[in-house]
Design a protein around this ligand. Structure first.
Ligand code: HEC
Length: 397
C-alpha cells in the first residue's frame, strides 16, 4: 500500500516536471514571434522622459520580483529536501510556527514595497507638476469610439479640430487636457507615457516631452462599450516647421480641387453629403444642414458639440474610424456603404446603412473626401527608428 502510493507520487511528480518543461519550451518558441520590444504598443521601448521614468520603475519592480521569486524557490527546495522523510516509516520532525522566521518574512516584503513605493510616488508627483508648464496644450475628448482633438488658440477658442491623429511638434512639452461627456475612457500611448483616464465631469492632464519624431500608437485602455477595441489613435511627433505647416494648411481650408467637386463652390460639399453635414464638419465649408448642437452638454464641453469627427484634411489621414481601416478610397467606400458592419455600435451606423447611398454617391463622396488635402500635398511623417511595422488595420473584403 505504502509502496504503491510512493510510486504514484513519483510518477505524478515526473509528469508535472515534464509538463512544466513542455510549457516553457512552447512559450519560448511562440513568445519571441508575437511580442517584441519594438512593437508599436510596447511599454519597454519608451521614447519620452515620462515613459522612461515609468520604465525605470517597471525595471526596478521586475528585478525585485525576480529576486523574491528565486529566493522563494530556493526556500521551497531547501525545505523539501532538508525536512523530507529519509527512511521508510520515519516521521519527520513536526514544526509549528517560528517567530523569528515570521518576523523576517514580514520585514523583508515591507522593505521591498518601500523600495518600490518611494520612487513611484516621487514620479507621480513629478509628472503631475509637469502639466503646469506646457509649450502646447491639446484638448482630447473621448467619444464612443473615437477621439476628438482640439488645439485651443490664444483666445481659448478651438480653431483646429481633428480626430484620432494628433499632430504635435518635436522637442516640446505637450500637455493633453482630457475630457469626456459619455463614459470613462483611458488615453494610453505606451511609448509616450502611462495611462490617464477621461472621466465625465472631470478634467485630467497628461504631459509628454516629444523628443523623438514619428508615429506613436495609442489605444483606449478602459472598456467603454461595443467598439472599445477599435478605439485607437496616433500621436504624430513631427519637426516644428512641419507641424506649423500642418496648422496653416488646416486653417486655409480645402484646396481648389475640392471646390471643383462641389459644383465649383469651395465653400460647399457635394449635394449627396447634405445628411453627412448634420454630424460632420469640414473647415471652411458651410454645414449644409447646419445645427450641430448636441443637447444638454455641460458648458466645459461646449467645444465638442459635433456628433462625428471633423473631416478637414481627411485625405492626409493614415487611417479611418479611429485606426480601424487604412485610409484608401476602397476602404472609405466600404465605410460609407456599411459603417455598422465595420465598427459595431458606432453612431454613424444608426443613420447610414447599406442602401442609404447609391454607388455613384459613394464614389462622388470618396473622391471629394480624399481630395481634402493641402494645396502642396500632405507632409511626409518621419517614422521613429526601430519601429517599422504598423499596427494591424483591417482591409475589409
Ligand atoms: C448620425 C451622425 C453621422 C452621420 C449622419 C454621418 N456620420 Fe460619419 N461618422 C459619425 C461618427 C460618430 C463617426 C465616428 C465613428 C467611429 O470612428 O467610431 C463617423 C466617422 C466618419 C468617417 C471617418 C472619420 C475619421 O475620423 O476617421 C468618415 C469619413 C465619415 N464618417 C463620413 C461620413 C459621410 C460621408 C457621411 C454621409 C454620407 C456621414 N459620415 C454621415 C457620425 C455620422
Amino acid at each position: 500500500m505504502q509502496r504503491s502510493s510512493d510510486r504514484w507520487v513519483r510518477r505524478t511528480s515526473a509528469r508535472l516536471v515534464l509538463l512544466v518543461a513542455a510549457l516553457f519550451a512552447v512559450g519560448g518558441a511562440i513568445l519571441p514571434g508575437v511580442v517584441s520590444a519594438q512593437s508599436p504598443y510596447s511599454t519597454i521601448s519608451p521614447v519620452t522622459d515620462q515613459a522612461n521614468d515609468i520604465n525605470d520603475i517597471y525595471k526596478l519592480t521586475f528585478w525585485l520580483s525576480l529576486i523574491v521569486f528565486v529566493g522563494v524557490q530556493i526556500g521551497i527546495v531547501y525545505t523539501v529536501l532538508s525536512y523530507r522523510r529519509r527512511a521508510e516509516g520515519e516521521r519527520p520532525e513536526q514544526i509549528h510556527g517560528n517567530k523569528t522566521l515570521e518576523i523576517i518574512w514580514t520585514i523583508i516584503p515591507a522593505i521591498i514595497l518601500l523600495i518600490i513605493f518611494i520612487p513611484t510616488v516621487r514620479t507621480i508627483y513629478a509628472h503631475d507638476d509637469q502639466v503646469n508648464n506646457p509649450d502646447l496644450v491639446v484638448e482630447v475628448y473621448g467619444k464612443q469610439w473615437w477621439w476628438e482633438v482640439h488645439y485651443p488658440s490664444e483666445d481659448g477658442e478651438s480653431k483646429i479640430v481633428t480626430a484620432n491623429e494628433i499632430h504635435v511638434p518635436q522637442g516640446k512639452r505637450v500637455v493633453f487636457h482630457l475630457y469626456t461627456n459619455n463614459v470613462i475612457h483611458s488615453f494610453w500611448v505606451p511609448q509616450l507615457s502611462g495611462k490617464m483616464d477621461l472621466i465625465p465631469g472631470h478634467e485630467n492632464k497628461l504631459a509628454i516631452d516629444t523628443d523623438t519624431p514619428g508615429y506613436f500608437f495609442g489605444q483606449c485602455a478602459e472598456y467603454c462599450g461595443d467598439s472599445h477595441a477599435l478605439m485607437r489613435f496616433k500621436v504624430i511627433v513631427e519637426p516644428e516647421e512641419q507641424f506649423l505647416a500642418w496648422q496653416d494648411a488646416w486653417l486655409a481650408g480645402p484646396q481648389q480641387a475640392s471646390g471643383d467637386l462641389a459644383g465649383g463652390d469651395i465653400a460647399a460639399v457635394p449635394q449627396s453629403m447634405a445628411l453627412c453635414m448634420t454630424c460632420h464638419e469640414i473647415n471652411g465649408v458651410e454645414s449644409v444642414a447646419g445645427g450641430n448642437a448636441v443637447p444638454d452638454l455641460p458648458e466645459e464641453l461646449d467645444a465638442a458639440r459635433t456628433f462625428g469627427p471633423n473631416l478637414s484634411l481627411l485625405g492626409c489621414r493614415t487611417t479611418l474610424a479611429a485606426g480601424t481601416l487604412r485610409n484608401t478610397p476602397e476602404n472609405l467606400a466600404s465605410w460609407l456603404h456599411d459603417p455598422e458592419g465595420i465598427k459595431p455600435g458606432n453612431y454613424m451606423g444608426t443613420v447610414i446603412t447599406p442602401g442609404s447611398l447609391t454607388d455613384e454617391q459613394i464614389q462622388e463622396i470618396v473622391t471629394y473626401l480624399e481630395s481634402l488635402q493641402p494645396e502642396e500635398g500632405c507632409g511626409e511623417i518621419p517614422v521613429q527608428p526601430g519601429v517599422t511595422e504598423q499596427v494591424q488595420v483591417q482591409d475589409p473584403d
